[in-house]
Design a protein around this ligand. Structure first.
Ligand SMILES: [Zn+2]
Length: 103
């Protein structure tokens, strides 16, 4: 298993970052392969998450910068905003992939 060379965020363990990076890359590859237009928003979100992983910003809310719970990221590596901001944002939802309880 290759080791991602991402800069670890102080809030998350290396293991969680590696897990999220692997999961995001896997999903990105899968969605890119599908070439399905309806998934392009999700592809963009995953690309953003991956760029944040590389820059060390991953794991904080995109809106308010609150660190996201590790357990929430492991459950949904695509998550980029905290629960409080998700409530106020219409952007999330739909999607239809494994919708689970908000953290
Ligand atoms: Zn937030």
């Amino acid at each position: 298993m290759r080791q991602p060379s991402y800069i670890p965020s102080r809030a998350l363990t290396d293991e969680t970052l590696a897990y999220c990076a692997t999961e995001l890359e896997r999903r990105h590859a899968m969605l890119s392969h599908l070439g399905d237009g309806s998934s392009s928003d999700r592809v963009r979100r995953i690309e953003l998450a991956l760029s944040w992983l590389r820059s060390g910003n991953y794991g904080s809310c995109a809106v308010c910068r609150t660190p996201l719970p590790e357990v929430a990221l492991r459950a949904d590596p695509e998550r980029m905003i905290c629960r409080a901001c998700a409530v106020h944002s219409p952007a999330r939802g739909g999607g239809g992939h494994g919708s689970h309880a908000e953290f």
